[in-house]
Design a protein around this ligand. Structure first.
Ligand SMILES: *Cc1c(COP(=O)(O)O)cnc(C)c1O
Length: 382
């Protein structure tokens, strides 16, 4: 028999080496540690049975009240939310269309998306049978280009809120105005934009009809949950097109335990003191910066801005750097036995960073020690 008494024991008997996740909520590296409030609620919800649509309705209403938006529902991750968004845009509350998807060639199934809003997960929008109409180019997009792409085949306009998606994109308010003037919904993906907590209401307030967030990133709910927030009409369409109904999203079901878990996580998240949290992250990341700042060729500083949702230790290898590229630093950090993941894999950026979201105070010191060692060893290699 396996020994299930601790995570370490489970991994040991499978021959899998655990890592320290100093790269933030990256799914490949297990996302985040679900907060205790979420795990408690999940355990508590093992016992009772419910009718799922009734439970989802009630939990969604409570989440909307806690956050302060008109309506909300629960999805299987933010990417599950993207699929539900476009299913809702195409089928709304029409039972025949809901049943027909993903066959959508005979109904409006086009999604207008800016070139700079294309990203790695965007095919999730297409799974209900939708197609993209891409507008603009890497230098930007004009409102006229969006407007001219609208036809009687258009189902929705897409908006992405994501770090490093480029400055050359239209603001959500402009897209909302164009969409609504043409009788179309505006669908926002803001999966990773929490914290700041103000973003929970920002894109709904700006007029997005449905906004998709990850439950397993900054909120630290169950890893495979997400939220759709929006107005009552569109949350109703979303629910009709989502699991557990026999829809195109049926493979994205969310258990009663996870529903209770994300509710508890949202409540705990909203009630936390964000300033206090930021002071702690800043102190921890400054301690990482202090350990490496004197290494020749290394620039490091604490950054908290649009591209860094919480304070990060951002590191750049400058002209005086004589070692290998940042990718190699990332690979060495990830080597066993003391495996540590830091965010080095955005190849197009000169910098990389340490993210404190998944680290205790002690773990930050372990990360800083290894990073100092790896950078020092690498600094003279050329
Ligand atoms: C993380 C992310 C997703 C996917 O979220 P999951 O909750 O893991 O499904 C989708 N879109 C963007 C922009 C993301 O950053």
């Amino acid at each position: 028999m396996m020994d299930y008494s601790s995570g370490e024991k489970i991994l040991e008997s499978l021959g899998v080496t655990p890592i320290l996740n100093a790269g933030g909520p990256v799914t490949r590296f297990s996302g985040t540690r679900p907060r205790p409030e979420a795990m408690q609620a999940m355990m508590a919800m093992v016992d009772p049975f419910v009718e799922l649509p009734e439970f989802i309705d009630a939990a969604g209403k409570r989440i909307a009240e806690i956050i302060g938006v008109p309506a909300a529902t629960i999805t299987s991750g933010a990417s599950g939310g993207l699929t539900v968004q476009t299913a809702a845009a195409m089928a709304k509350d029409d039972p025949e269309l809901i049943f027909q998807l993903p066959i959508a060639d005979d109904i409006p199934n086009e999604l207008i998306i800016q070139r700079n809003h294309r990203f790695g997960y965007d095919h999730l929008y297409l799974t209900p049978g939708a197609r993209f109409v891409e507008v603009g180019n890497k230098d930007g997009c004009t409102p006229e280009e969006v407007e001219n792409a609208i036809s009687d085949k258009t189902a929705a306009i897409i908006h992405l809120e994501s770090p490093y998606s480029g400055d050359n994109v239209l603001p959500v308010e402009t897209l909302v105005e164009i969409a609504h003037r043409n009788g179309l919904p505006l669908m926002t993906d803001a999966a990773s934009r929490l914290p700041p907590r103000a973003n929970l209401t920002k894109f709904v307030d700006a007029g997005s009809d449905l906004v998709s967030f990850s439950g397993g990133k900054g909120i630290r709910g169950p890893q495979a949950t997400g939220l759709l927030l929006g107005n009552e009409e569109w949350i109703e369409y979303a629910k009709l097109n989502n699991a557990p109904h026999a829809t195109v999203a049926r493979a994205q079901k969310v258990s009663k335990e996870s529903i209770a878990g994300i509710l508890a996580a949202v409540e705990a998240f909203v009630n936390e003191d964000e300033e206090e949290e930021n002071r702690r992250y800043t102190r921890l990341m400054q301690s990482v910066v202090d350990q490496i700042i004197e290494i020749p060729g290394v620039d490091a500083e604490v950054v908290h801005d649009y591209n860094h949702y919480i304070p990060h230790a951002v590191i750049k290898l400058n002209d005086r750097w004589n070692g290998p590229p940042k990718r190699v630093i990332g690979e060495r950090m990830l080597e066993a036995p003391d495996r540590i993941m830091i965010l080095t894999f955005l190849e197009e950026l000169p910098e990389f960073w340490v993210d404190p979201l998944n680290l205790s105070d002690e773990e930050v010191q372990i990360v800083a020690d290894k990073l100092r060692r790896v950078l020092l060893d690498a600094s003279n290699e050329a």
